[in-house]
Design a protein around this ligand. Structure first.
Ligand code: BDR
Ligand code: CA
Length: 325
Protein backbone atom coordinates (compact mmCIF):
# COMPACT_ATOMS: atom_id res chain seq x y z
CA UNK A 1 0.00 0.00 0.00
CA UNK A 2 1.36 3.40 -0.99
CA UNK A 3 0.61 6.33 1.28
CA UNK A 4 -0.87 9.46 -0.27
CA UNK A 5 -2.09 12.87 0.70
CA UNK A 6 -4.82 14.17 -1.57
CA UNK A 7 -4.48 17.95 -1.84
CA UNK A 8 -7.71 19.18 -3.40
CA UNK A 9 -10.49 21.75 -3.82
CA UNK A 10 -13.69 19.69 -3.88
CA UNK A 11 -15.17 20.18 -6.35
CA UNK A 12 -17.16 17.66 -8.39
CA UNK A 13 -14.32 15.77 -10.05
CA UNK A 14 -12.16 16.01 -6.90
CA UNK A 15 -14.92 14.09 -5.15
CA UNK A 16 -14.86 11.36 -7.79
CA UNK A 17 -11.07 11.20 -7.40
CA UNK A 18 -11.37 10.78 -3.63
CA UNK A 19 -13.92 7.99 -4.15
CA UNK A 20 -11.57 6.19 -6.53
CA UNK A 21 -8.64 6.46 -4.13
CA UNK A 22 -10.67 5.19 -1.19
CA UNK A 23 -11.77 2.11 -3.11
CA UNK A 24 -8.25 1.26 -4.29
CA UNK A 25 -6.35 -1.33 -2.28
CA UNK A 26 -2.99 -0.05 -3.55
CA UNK A 27 -3.27 3.26 -1.72
CA UNK A 28 -3.73 4.44 1.81
CA UNK A 29 -5.10 7.98 2.00
CA UNK A 30 -3.34 9.34 5.10
CA UNK A 31 -5.06 12.70 4.88
CA UNK A 32 -6.92 15.12 2.68
CA UNK A 33 -5.70 18.71 2.53
CA UNK A 34 -7.88 21.48 1.22
CA UNK A 35 -6.86 24.47 -0.85
CA UNK A 36 -8.98 27.35 -2.10
CA UNK A 37 -9.85 26.62 -5.71
CA UNK A 38 -13.11 25.44 -7.21
CA UNK A 39 -14.72 26.19 -3.88
CA UNK A 40 -13.55 28.42 -1.02
CA UNK A 41 -11.43 26.44 1.45
CA UNK A 42 -14.07 26.16 4.17
CA UNK A 43 -16.65 24.91 1.68
CA UNK A 44 -14.08 22.46 0.30
CA UNK A 45 -13.59 21.10 3.82
CA UNK A 46 -17.33 20.54 4.22
CA UNK A 47 -17.52 18.88 0.81
CA UNK A 48 -14.62 16.53 1.54
CA UNK A 49 -16.45 15.50 4.71
CA UNK A 50 -19.64 14.85 2.74
CA UNK A 51 -17.76 12.56 0.37
CA UNK A 52 -16.00 10.77 3.24
CA UNK A 53 -19.34 10.35 4.98
CA UNK A 54 -20.89 8.84 1.87
CA UNK A 55 -17.91 6.47 1.60
CA UNK A 56 -18.11 5.58 5.30
CA UNK A 57 -14.55 6.91 5.82
CA UNK A 58 -14.87 9.81 8.22
CA UNK A 59 -11.81 8.34 9.96
CA UNK A 60 -9.63 10.04 7.32
CA UNK A 61 -8.49 13.45 8.59
CA UNK A 62 -9.13 16.59 6.56
CA UNK A 63 -7.03 19.73 7.02
CA UNK A 64 -7.51 23.20 5.63
CA UNK A 65 -4.73 25.13 3.95
CA UNK A 66 -4.51 28.30 1.89
CA UNK A 67 -7.69 30.32 1.52
CA UNK A 68 -6.39 32.36 -1.39
CA UNK A 69 -3.70 32.25 -4.07
CA UNK A 70 -0.15 33.37 -3.35
CA UNK A 71 -0.32 36.79 -4.98
CA UNK A 72 -3.49 37.19 -6.98
CA UNK A 73 -7.13 37.76 -6.12
CA UNK A 74 -9.03 34.57 -5.40
CA UNK A 75 -11.53 33.57 -8.12
CA UNK A 76 -13.65 30.54 -7.28
CA UNK A 77 -15.07 28.16 -9.89
CA UNK A 78 -18.58 27.84 -8.48
CA UNK A 79 -19.91 28.71 -11.93
CA UNK A 80 -18.55 25.31 -12.99
CA UNK A 81 -19.11 23.34 -9.77
CA UNK A 82 -22.39 24.83 -8.56
CA UNK A 83 -23.08 27.17 -5.67
CA UNK A 84 -22.32 24.46 -3.08
CA UNK A 85 -19.21 23.31 -4.98
CA UNK A 86 -20.77 19.86 -5.34
CA UNK A 87 -22.95 20.38 -8.38
CA UNK A 88 -25.84 21.86 -6.35
CA UNK A 89 -26.54 18.46 -4.85
CA UNK A 90 -27.05 20.33 -1.55
CA UNK A 91 -26.19 17.34 0.60
CA UNK A 92 -26.49 18.39 4.24
CA UNK A 93 -23.34 19.20 6.20
CA UNK A 94 -21.94 16.28 8.15
CA UNK A 95 -22.72 17.09 11.79
CA UNK A 96 -19.98 17.56 14.37
CA UNK A 97 -17.15 18.20 11.90
CA UNK A 98 -14.90 21.06 12.88
CA UNK A 99 -11.90 22.37 11.01
CA UNK A 100 -8.85 21.11 12.94
CA UNK A 101 -6.47 23.67 14.39
CA UNK A 102 -3.53 21.95 12.68
CA UNK A 103 -3.27 23.44 9.20
CA UNK A 104 -2.80 21.54 5.94
CA UNK A 105 0.78 22.80 5.74
CA UNK A 106 1.58 21.69 9.30
CA UNK A 107 0.07 18.28 8.57
CA UNK A 108 2.16 17.94 5.42
CA UNK A 109 5.33 18.97 7.28
CA UNK A 110 4.74 16.34 9.94
CA UNK A 111 3.73 13.59 7.52
CA UNK A 112 6.01 13.96 4.52
CA UNK A 113 9.34 13.77 6.34
CA UNK A 114 9.19 9.95 6.42
CA UNK A 115 9.86 9.97 2.66
CA UNK A 116 7.32 7.29 1.81
CA UNK A 117 4.31 9.57 1.30
CA UNK A 118 3.21 10.89 -2.09
CA UNK A 119 0.99 13.82 -2.94
CA UNK A 120 -1.76 13.79 -5.52
CA UNK A 121 -2.60 17.44 -6.08
CA UNK A 122 -5.99 18.12 -7.64
CA UNK A 123 -6.27 21.86 -7.13
CA UNK A 124 -4.12 25.00 -7.29
CA UNK A 125 -0.61 24.40 -5.92
CA UNK A 126 -0.84 27.07 -3.18
CA UNK A 127 -0.45 24.65 -0.25
CA UNK A 128 2.64 23.09 -1.81
CA UNK A 129 4.23 26.47 -2.48
CA UNK A 130 3.61 27.38 1.16
CA UNK A 131 5.21 24.13 2.19
CA UNK A 132 8.27 25.04 0.12
CA UNK A 133 8.44 28.41 1.91
CA UNK A 134 8.20 26.91 5.37
CA UNK A 135 9.90 23.52 5.08
CA UNK A 136 11.71 22.78 1.86
CA UNK A 137 13.02 19.45 3.10
CA UNK A 138 9.49 18.19 3.75
CA UNK A 139 8.52 19.19 0.20
CA UNK A 140 11.60 17.45 -1.23
CA UNK A 141 10.69 14.30 0.72
CA UNK A 142 7.48 13.80 -1.29
CA UNK A 143 7.85 10.37 -2.86
CA UNK A 144 5.82 11.08 -6.01
CA UNK A 145 4.07 14.33 -6.88
CA UNK A 146 1.21 13.91 -9.33
CA UNK A 147 -0.61 17.11 -10.25
CA UNK A 148 -3.78 17.57 -12.26
CA UNK A 149 -3.03 20.82 -14.00
CA UNK A 150 -1.62 22.54 -17.03
CA UNK A 151 -1.84 21.75 -20.71
CA UNK A 152 0.68 21.20 -23.47
CA UNK A 153 -0.85 20.89 -26.95
CA UNK A 154 -4.44 21.13 -25.83
CA UNK A 155 -6.15 24.49 -25.43
CA UNK A 156 -6.88 25.81 -21.96
CA UNK A 157 -10.14 25.89 -20.04
CA UNK A 158 -9.73 29.34 -18.46
CA UNK A 159 -8.07 31.15 -21.32
CA UNK A 160 -6.93 30.00 -24.75
CA UNK A 161 -3.72 28.74 -23.16
CA UNK A 162 -4.29 28.13 -19.44
CA UNK A 163 -5.85 25.41 -17.34
CA UNK A 164 -7.80 26.38 -14.18
CA UNK A 165 -5.58 25.00 -11.37
CA UNK A 166 -2.47 26.75 -12.64
CA UNK A 167 -4.33 29.82 -13.89
CA UNK A 168 -5.90 30.28 -10.46
CA UNK A 169 -2.53 30.45 -8.73
CA UNK A 170 0.25 30.66 -11.33
CA UNK A 171 2.73 32.04 -8.81
CA UNK A 172 2.50 28.95 -6.63
CA UNK A 173 2.61 26.63 -9.62
CA UNK A 174 5.77 28.41 -10.76
CA UNK A 175 7.41 28.05 -7.34
CA UNK A 176 6.66 24.32 -7.37
CA UNK A 177 7.98 23.71 -10.90
CA UNK A 178 11.05 25.90 -10.36
CA UNK A 179 11.89 24.27 -7.04
CA UNK A 180 11.65 20.81 -8.58
CA UNK A 181 13.99 21.95 -11.35
CA UNK A 182 16.52 23.36 -8.87
CA UNK A 183 16.60 20.05 -7.01
CA UNK A 184 16.58 17.68 -9.96
CA UNK A 185 13.09 16.37 -9.21
CA UNK A 186 10.01 15.84 -11.35
CA UNK A 187 6.32 16.47 -11.20
CA UNK A 188 3.88 14.20 -13.04
CA UNK A 189 1.72 16.65 -14.98
CA UNK A 190 -1.72 15.26 -15.72
CA UNK A 191 -2.96 18.10 -17.90
CA UNK A 192 -5.88 18.79 -20.17
CA UNK A 193 -4.21 16.94 -23.06
CA UNK A 194 -5.13 13.69 -21.35
CA UNK A 195 -8.00 14.60 -19.02
CA UNK A 196 -10.13 15.96 -21.88
CA UNK A 197 -10.27 12.37 -23.13
CA UNK A 198 -12.15 11.26 -20.04
CA UNK A 199 -15.78 12.14 -20.64
CA UNK A 200 -18.46 10.79 -18.37
CA UNK A 201 -21.34 10.48 -20.82
CA UNK A 202 -25.08 10.22 -20.04
CA UNK A 203 -24.92 6.60 -21.23
CA UNK A 204 -22.09 5.68 -18.84
CA UNK A 205 -23.92 7.39 -15.99
CA UNK A 206 -27.14 5.51 -16.79
CA UNK A 207 -25.29 2.22 -16.75
CA UNK A 208 -23.58 3.14 -13.49
CA UNK A 209 -26.99 3.70 -11.90
CA UNK A 210 -28.19 0.30 -13.13
CA UNK A 211 -25.17 -1.51 -11.75
CA UNK A 212 -24.96 0.26 -8.40
CA UNK A 213 -27.95 2.54 -7.72
CA UNK A 214 -26.50 4.00 -4.52
CA UNK A 215 -23.19 5.10 -6.03
CA UNK A 216 -24.79 5.92 -9.38
CA UNK A 217 -27.32 8.17 -7.70
CA UNK A 218 -24.60 10.01 -5.75
CA UNK A 219 -22.55 10.51 -8.92
CA UNK A 220 -25.64 11.73 -10.79
CA UNK A 221 -26.49 14.24 -8.08
CA UNK A 222 -23.03 15.81 -8.16
CA UNK A 223 -22.47 15.68 -11.95
CA UNK A 224 -25.84 16.84 -13.30
CA UNK A 225 -24.83 20.51 -12.98
CA UNK A 226 -21.44 19.71 -14.58
CA UNK A 227 -23.23 18.11 -17.55
CA UNK A 228 -25.19 21.31 -18.14
CA UNK A 229 -22.07 23.45 -17.84
CA UNK A 230 -20.19 21.32 -20.39
CA UNK A 231 -23.07 21.45 -22.83
CA UNK A 232 -23.32 25.23 -22.56
CA UNK A 233 -19.60 25.90 -22.88
CA UNK A 234 -18.10 23.08 -24.88
CA UNK A 235 -21.07 21.37 -26.53
CA UNK A 236 -20.02 18.11 -24.96
CA UNK A 237 -22.72 15.63 -23.97
CA UNK A 238 -21.51 14.61 -20.54
CA UNK A 239 -18.64 16.04 -18.54
CA UNK A 240 -14.87 15.88 -18.46
CA UNK A 241 -13.78 14.36 -15.15
CA UNK A 242 -10.20 15.54 -14.78
CA UNK A 243 -9.12 14.68 -11.26
CA UNK A 244 -9.73 10.90 -11.06
CA UNK A 245 -7.22 10.45 -13.89
CA UNK A 246 -4.43 11.75 -11.62
CA UNK A 247 -5.35 9.18 -8.96
CA UNK A 248 -5.54 6.44 -11.59
CA UNK A 249 -2.10 7.40 -12.88
CA UNK A 250 -0.72 7.28 -9.36
CA UNK A 251 -2.05 3.75 -8.94
CA UNK A 252 -1.12 2.46 -12.38
CA UNK A 253 1.61 4.49 -14.11
CA UNK A 254 0.99 2.63 -17.37
CA UNK A 255 -2.35 4.44 -17.87
CA UNK A 256 -0.64 7.60 -19.15
CA UNK A 257 2.32 8.13 -21.42
CA UNK A 258 4.16 11.30 -22.25
CA UNK A 259 7.40 13.15 -22.51
CA UNK A 260 9.95 14.45 -20.06
CA UNK A 261 10.55 18.16 -20.55
CA UNK A 262 11.64 21.30 -18.81
CA UNK A 263 8.41 23.12 -17.99
CA UNK A 264 7.77 26.61 -16.71
CA UNK A 265 4.60 28.36 -15.62
CA UNK A 266 3.82 31.85 -16.92
CA UNK A 267 2.79 34.31 -14.20
CA UNK A 268 1.68 37.36 -16.16
CA UNK A 269 0.33 38.78 -19.38
CA UNK A 270 -2.12 37.17 -21.73
CA UNK A 271 -0.67 33.71 -21.20
CA UNK A 272 -1.07 33.84 -17.40
CA UNK A 273 -0.99 30.31 -15.98
CA UNK A 274 0.19 28.65 -19.18
CA UNK A 275 2.57 25.71 -18.87
CA UNK A 276 5.38 26.34 -21.33
CA UNK A 277 6.65 22.85 -22.11
CA UNK A 278 10.07 22.85 -23.80
CA UNK A 279 9.48 19.63 -25.71
CA UNK A 280 12.14 20.54 -28.31
CA UNK A 281 14.87 21.28 -25.76
CA UNK A 282 15.41 24.92 -26.79
CA UNK A 283 16.52 25.91 -23.30
CA UNK A 284 18.90 22.97 -22.86
CA UNK A 285 17.59 22.48 -19.34
CA UNK A 286 17.06 19.21 -17.48
CA UNK A 287 13.43 18.15 -17.33
CA UNK A 288 11.41 18.88 -14.21
CA UNK A 289 8.16 17.38 -15.52
CA UNK A 290 6.72 14.26 -16.97
CA UNK A 291 4.08 15.75 -19.24
CA UNK A 292 1.42 13.27 -20.25
CA UNK A 293 0.14 13.26 -23.81
CA UNK A 294 -1.56 9.87 -24.26
CA UNK A 295 -4.12 8.04 -22.19
CA UNK A 296 -5.24 4.43 -22.20
CA UNK A 297 -8.92 5.27 -21.82
CA UNK A 298 -10.10 1.68 -21.50
CA UNK A 299 -7.66 1.03 -18.66
CA UNK A 300 -8.84 4.17 -16.87
CA UNK A 301 -12.51 3.35 -17.20
CA UNK A 302 -12.01 -0.25 -16.14
CA UNK A 303 -10.26 0.92 -12.97
CA UNK A 304 -12.74 3.71 -12.26
CA UNK A 305 -15.94 1.76 -12.85
CA UNK A 306 -14.97 -1.54 -11.24
CA UNK A 307 -13.76 0.24 -8.13
CA UNK A 308 -16.54 2.79 -7.74
CA UNK A 309 -19.28 0.31 -8.48
CA UNK A 310 -17.71 -2.78 -6.91
CA UNK A 311 -17.97 -4.99 -9.99
CA UNK A 312 -15.74 -7.51 -11.76
CA UNK A 313 -13.74 -6.43 -14.80
CA UNK A 314 -15.38 -9.09 -16.99
CA UNK A 315 -18.89 -7.83 -16.09
CA UNK A 316 -17.78 -4.25 -16.58
CA UNK A 317 -16.67 -4.95 -20.16
CA UNK A 318 -20.03 -6.45 -21.00
CA UNK A 319 -22.13 -3.81 -19.28
CA UNK A 320 -20.20 -0.76 -20.56
CA UNK A 321 -20.00 -1.90 -24.18
CA UNK A 322 -19.71 1.63 -25.54
CA UNK A 323 -16.34 2.00 -23.81
CA UNK A 324 -14.81 -1.39 -24.40
CA UNK A 325 -15.93 -2.30 -27.91
C1 BDR B 1 -9.31 21.34 -12.80
O1 BDR B 1 -9.97 22.51 -12.33
C2 BDR B 1 -11.10 22.14 -11.57
O2 BDR B 1 -12.26 22.70 -12.10
C3 BDR B 1 -11.19 20.64 -11.57
O3 BDR B 1 -11.52 20.19 -10.27
C4 BDR B 1 -9.82 20.19 -11.98
O4 BDR B 1 -8.96 20.00 -10.88
C5 BDR B 1 -9.52 21.21 -14.29
O5 BDR B 1 -9.02 22.33 -14.96
CA1 CA C 1 -9.83 19.97 -8.59
Amino acid sequence: MKKIIIDCDPGIDDSLAIMLALNSPEVQVVGITIVAGNSPAEMGFGNAKKVLDFMGRLDIPVYVGADKPRKREYVNALDTHGEDGLGESFFPDVPGQEIPSETAIEFMRRTLKSGDVSVVALGPLTNLAELIDTDLSAFLSIERLVSMGGNFRSHGNCSPVAEYNYWEDPDSAKVVYDTLFEHGKKIEMVGLDVTREIVLTPQILDDMKQVNPVVGDFVEKITDFYFKFHWEWEHIRGCVINDPLAVAQFIDPSILQGIEAFTEVETGGISLGQTVVDSMGFYRKESNALVFTKVNKKAFWEMFLTRLLGMEASDCKVRFKEIFE
